[in-house]
Design a protein around this ligand. Structure first.
Ligand SMILES: Cc1cc2nc3c(=O)[nH]c(=O)nc-3n(C[C@H](O)[C@H](O)[C@H](O)COP(=O)(O)O)c2cc1C
Length: 377
């Protein structure tokens, strides 16, 4: 090893220590939820709900507390993904996951959270300013608690390369379906030929998303490169770690470079994700009976429970959503995915996930709960 390389490695170690520490403040919401004690059962529940998964970690929720017992959930409309998700389907899934965790956390405190979805009607083809849901909290000491609540803080989207010597058995995936309560709406396969076909489809879809300038620009604008950028904007696609800090400091990695088709940064983004796709040991998918806004909210509830159930069983879970996106250039992969998985209208695929085994990552960044709430007395 040359002296220069040795310094780089040593520097990398120090940077690793620094960056892990410095993203820590935006992981605080995970600790705050566990501590609780916000003085209002709705707030104690919202503290958990904001830990829900959402597309590009946009955290599209906006909450109003009204009077003593009501909570109104809105979509923060600037947090949608108009290019990759033109009908806001993925945004509604995130909001459905939020409502599911809200209900679980309410039950845990002895409260029933009664949800009325889209009280002023279902917005279509895009969301508008109407509420997503109204929720009434009522004390109900005998309310049934959710068996997966204990897994809420351990749920992760896992973007590691999965172990190649640990297959995910059909029995384990059946357990995921049963434990999540999603049952037959969760399909899965570890058949090598089908897994290979799904990998190829996911790679193709990913490359389309990265090569259509509109969708590339949308995701690049939401990429937070390095710990300082993540702390400033704890949402979006966060990339961090010692090498990222070094590349950023050296000027190799920037949003501008990532958005430039054919640049090294652009190519590396493509191959990084293709590599993840290729390590899938099995695929799971989530079907909904229809594609109404209520179906999409239900899909969000199912999604987060599948994620928790998989993690409970030690199975790593990463959505690969590109092939299910509804912008015109994705039409073919969208059709292929539905044909491959035998899903036809009125049913629709709402989620496609790669499954495998890998170390559980640290929690993802979140905006503090206070920044997502308005109180009206
Ligand atoms: C509708 C939806 C679509 C998603 N699609 C992807 C995806 O294509 N690729 C990916 O890596 N993660 C995807 N995710 C996961 C989010 O990026 C993730 O939930 C977010 O970054 C927060 O991380 P966490 O789930 O670990 O809390 C998706 C999540 C949702 C709800």
């Amino acid at each position: 090893m040359t002296g220069g390389a040795a310094i780089l490695v040593a520097g990398g170690g120090a940077a690793a220590w620094l960056t892990t520490r410095s993203i820590d403040p935006v992981r605080e919401p995970w600790r705050a939820a566990a501590k609780g004690g916000f003085g209002d059962p709705r707030l104690n529940a919202v503290a958990y709900a904001i830990l829900a998964p959402s597309a590009h970690n946009r955290q599209p929720w906006w909450v109003e507390l009204r009077g003593e017992d009501k909570l109104v959930l809105y979509c923060d409309l600037i947090r949608r993904l108009p290019e990759a998700d033109p009908y806001d389907r993925q945004t509604v899934i995130g909001l459905g996951a939020f409502l599911e965790l809200l209900g679980m956390a309410a039950a845990e405190q002895g409260y029933k959270a009664e949800v009325t979805s889209f009280p002023d009607g279902e917005p279509a083809p895009q969301l508008d300013g109407r509420p997503i849901a109204e929720v009434i909290f009522t004390e109900a000491p005998k309310v049934k608690t959710a068996p997966l609540f204990d897994d809420l803080l351990d749920r992760r989207t896992n973007r590691a390369v999965f172990a190649q010597d640990k297959p995910v058995t059909s029995g384990t995936m059946d357990e995921v379906a049963a434990l999540s309560g999603v049952g037959g709406l969760f399909g899965h396969s570890n058949d090598p030929a089908q897994v290979d076909r799904l990998k190829a489809l996911c790679r193709e879809a990913w490359e389309i998303e990265c090569n259509v300038q509109r969708t590339l620009d949308e995701s690049t604008a939401l990429t937070r490169i390095g710990a300082a950028a993540i702390r400033e904007n704890p949402d979006g696609i966060s990339v961090h770690g010692p090498m990222i800090e070094l590349y950023k400091a050296a000027g190799f990695l920037s949003k501008k470079a990532m958005a430039e088709k054919g640049s090294t940064a652009h190519q590396q983004t493509i191959s990084y994700y293709n590599n993840l796709i290729d390590s899938a040991m099995a695929f799971g998918w989530l079907v909904s009976p229809g594609n109404s806004r209520v179906d999409q909210l239900d899909a969000g509830a199912h999604w987060v429970r599948l994620n928790m159930a998989a993690n409970h069983l030690g199975v790593a879970f990463q959505p690969l959503s590109q092939a299910l996106e509804e912008f015109p250039e994705m039409e073919e992969p969208f059709e292929q995915a539905h044909t491959e998985l035998g899903v036809s209208a009125p049913q629709q695929l709402q989620g496609l996930f790669r499954l495998g085994y890998a170390k559980r990552p640290a929690p993802s960044p979140r905006w503090a709960m206070e920044s997502r709430i308005q109180v009206l007395r």
